[in-house]
Design a protein around this ligand. Structure first.
Ligand code: COA
Length: 217
């Protein structure tokens, strides 16, 4: 989960982002975009139930690109599932770098998402040079739909799109986030080093920096 200048502590706001005002061209597509307000109502109705280990992983999920029409729902999902709240700028940037985000839908409701950006990072703490790669800013799945393999599919999709171009994929995880650490370890990520006070407004403030080599060369 990314921190730095995008990280702020404010009450999440659900904004009218014009999702209801699609132009004639997008109306022709069969894809139904539920508005941010409807997504919020759905999340409230479902409530966060305890995570369960599912034995049947056959949940029919479809994957979509991020667009200006569904970015409002993405904001609601991230505000409900992550300890940080990102500014409007963050979402505007995501829409302009569409390719680096993947969204997971179940019955037209946004239930999971990964957002990434191209970046340069030191892989090991003492590296002299930074390495180019893809930085995972956020990955999340709404609690009811966890342990169905949805985050795994989102990660695979992101890597598939990036592995020809970048050598590494990397990220930070809050040091107490056991689920995320287990998730990334399962996917072959190495825990490189701790970054002290990486997060400024949340506790614990330290992160673990993780990476995985993805280029096929
Ligand atoms: C981390 C997270 C994205 C995983 O999503 P998910 O869809 O449940 O993950 P998957 O079903 O693809 O899990 C794949 C594997 O990761 C590991 N894993 C995932 N969640 C785990 C947990 N709570 N405990 C232990 N291992 C876990 C398991 O090995 C799992 O395989 P299994 O279910 O066959 O045992 C989800 O827990 C989440 O949204 N957390 C809150 C947001 C967050 O903290 N994001 C990371 C920082 S941005």
């Amino acid at each position: 989960m990314e921190a730095k200048e995008d990280q702020i502590q404010e009450t999440p706001e659900v904004k009218d982002n014009g999702e209801g005002e699609q132009d004639e061209e997008s109306k022709k597509e069969k894809v139904i975009e539920v508005t941010a307000e409807e997504s919020a109502k759905y999340y409230d109705a479902v409530k966060s139930r305890e995570e369960v280990k599912h034995t049947n992983k056959d949940l029919k999920v479809d994957f979509r690109q991020l667009t200006e029409h569904n970015v409002g729902s993405l904001k609601v999902l991230l505000d409900r599932t992550l300890p940080v709240s990102y500014r409007t700028d963050f979402y505007n940037k995501l829409v302009s770098y569409q390719r680096y985000s993947k969204l997971a839908y179940f019955k037209d409701i946004l239930i999971g998402a990964i957002t990434c950006k191209s970046d340069k990072q030191k892989i090991e703490k003492d590296d002299e040079e930074k390495h180019e790669g893809v930085y995972i800013m956020t990955i999340t799945v709404f609690p009811k739909y966890r342990r169905y393999g949805i985050a795994s599919k989102l990660l695979e999709e992101a890597i598939k799109d990036c592995c020809t171009e970048w050598e590494y994929i990397f990220l930070d995880v809050q040091e107490n986030n056991v689920s995320a650490l287990e998730f990334y370890k399962k996917h072959g990520f190495e825990v490189s080093h701790k970054r002290v006070d990486y997060y400024t407004n949340i506790e614990p403030s330290d992160s673990y920096f993780l990476y995985k080599k993805i280029s096929s060369e």
